[in-house]
Design a protein around this ligand. Structure first.
Ligand SMILES: Cc1cc2nc3c(=O)[nH]c(=O)nc-3n(C[C@H](O)[C@H](O)[C@H](O)COP(=O)(O)O)c2cc1C
Length: 333
């Protein structure tokens, strides 16, 4: 069993036109052009997290990635909608409409839906030759986005950083693989070559990794945040509603302690996010106040011990997978 044989004809690599089946998650405040460009240049798929960016900012970040590589890159959009008048279909918010317009106009190769259903955008994106992927936390959501016509589904489990569903990666990924006909990427708690091999064993075509790529040189974010990810153990995170009103995995610190026992004060989504989560995330991730700010991260943090260049991570994951395969090759020929 060798690596080339395992990756020959990988449906994710083939569909998107990349060398390695490793996608870097589009992350709010963290995954900007520099990170996406570095991951794509190394042969993975780098994805810009557009959440809360202005249209001009998104255009600038896409161009930063483009200057670093001519390989495929992606943009992750949170497909939030505004409530419509009775009888009308809910429309995307003005900011989401702007993100869609910029992503299509800039000829990005991959569009990722991080939230909601991207149904209305799929025909225009696919007509331009783009690949459309969507994040899901249950097999029912997977069936809905597959029905809408996405090219790939990302099954993201409870171990992951940021907003999470209730189902763990190990149970979710094979269930989603069994549910949809399109290729699946596995996410949540996966940070190394063993995780990639496990994902392939579960029937996934590759991985979508967030936390691992935060602890890299090119990720946007304070070095204190990156170092805290590298320092904590696998039980150093908790799921809290205090960021946005929806379950969100973050590092246990003064912020999470201050909200314990005050669940009745948490505002409904998205008000908690606007009034508490966004400023506290900025305080933690960008200003580096690791005690009082929000530091989104997954349980895979326990396996992260350094803050190297992002491209090195891509190559390291492939080397680790080859090592993990060796005993299997010996056992099964
Ligand atoms: C700091 C942070 C910000 C995130 N922001 C987004 C986002 O804007 N859009 C999105 O689709 N997912 C977002 N996610 C979730 C990731 O897409 C992914 O599901 C998760 O990171 C996978 O688990 P892992 O962190 O264990 O790799 C975020 C995750 C983190 C840690």
């Amino acid at each position: 069993m060798d690596l080339d044989a395992l990756l020959a004809d990988n449906p994710f690599c083939r569909k998107v036109g990349i060398k390695y089946p490793i996608a870097q998650a589009g992350m709010f405040q963290v995954a900007y052009g520099r990170l996406a460009g570095a991951v794509s240049a190394a042969g993975g798929l780098g994805v810009i997290g557009s959440a809360f960016m202005s249209g001009d900012e998104l255009r600038r970040e896409i161009r930063i990635a483009r200057e670093m590589t001519d390989k495929p890159i992606g943009v992750d959009i949170l497909f939030a909608r505004v409530k419509a008048a009775d009888g009308q279909a809910a429309a995307y918010t003005e900011q989401v409409a702007e993100h869609i317009e910029v992503t299509l106009a800039e000829d990005v190769q991959v569009l990722v839906s991080g939230l909601g259903n991207p149904a209305e955008v799929i025909p225009a994106a696919q007509a331009k030759g783009m690949t459309v992927m969507a994040l899901v936390g249950t097999s029912r959501q997977a069936a809905r986005v597959a029905e809408a016509g996405v090219d790939l589904v990302i099954a993201s489990g409870h171990e992951g950083g940021g907003h999470v569903g209730r189902v763990g990666t190990m149970a979710l990924v094979p269930k989603v693989v069994d549910t949809v006909d399109v290729p699946v990427l596995a996410a949540g708690g996966l940070v190394d070559g063993r995780g990639l091999l496990a994902a392939l064993s579960l029937g996934a075509a590759g991985v979508w990794m967030g936390t691992r790529f935060i602890a890299t040189e090119e990720a946007r974010g304070h070095i204190n945040y990156k170092n805290r990810i590298a320092a904590i153990d696998e039980d150093g995170t908790i799921v809290s509603l205090a960021n946005s009103g929806k379950p969100n995995r973050m590092i246990r610190n003064g912020f999470t302690a201050a909200w314990e026992g005050r669940e009745d004060e948490i505002l409904p989504y998205p008000r908690q996010m606007i009034e508490v989560g966004a400023p506290a995330s900025h305080q933690g991730r960008i200003e580096g106040d690791v005690e009082n700010g929000i530091l989104a991260a997954g349980q895979g943090s326990g396996l992260i011990h350094d803050v190297p260049p992002a491209g090195e991570i891509v190559h390291r994951i492939m080397a680790e997978m080859a090592t993990a395969l060796r005993p299997l090759g010996a056992a099964f020929g």
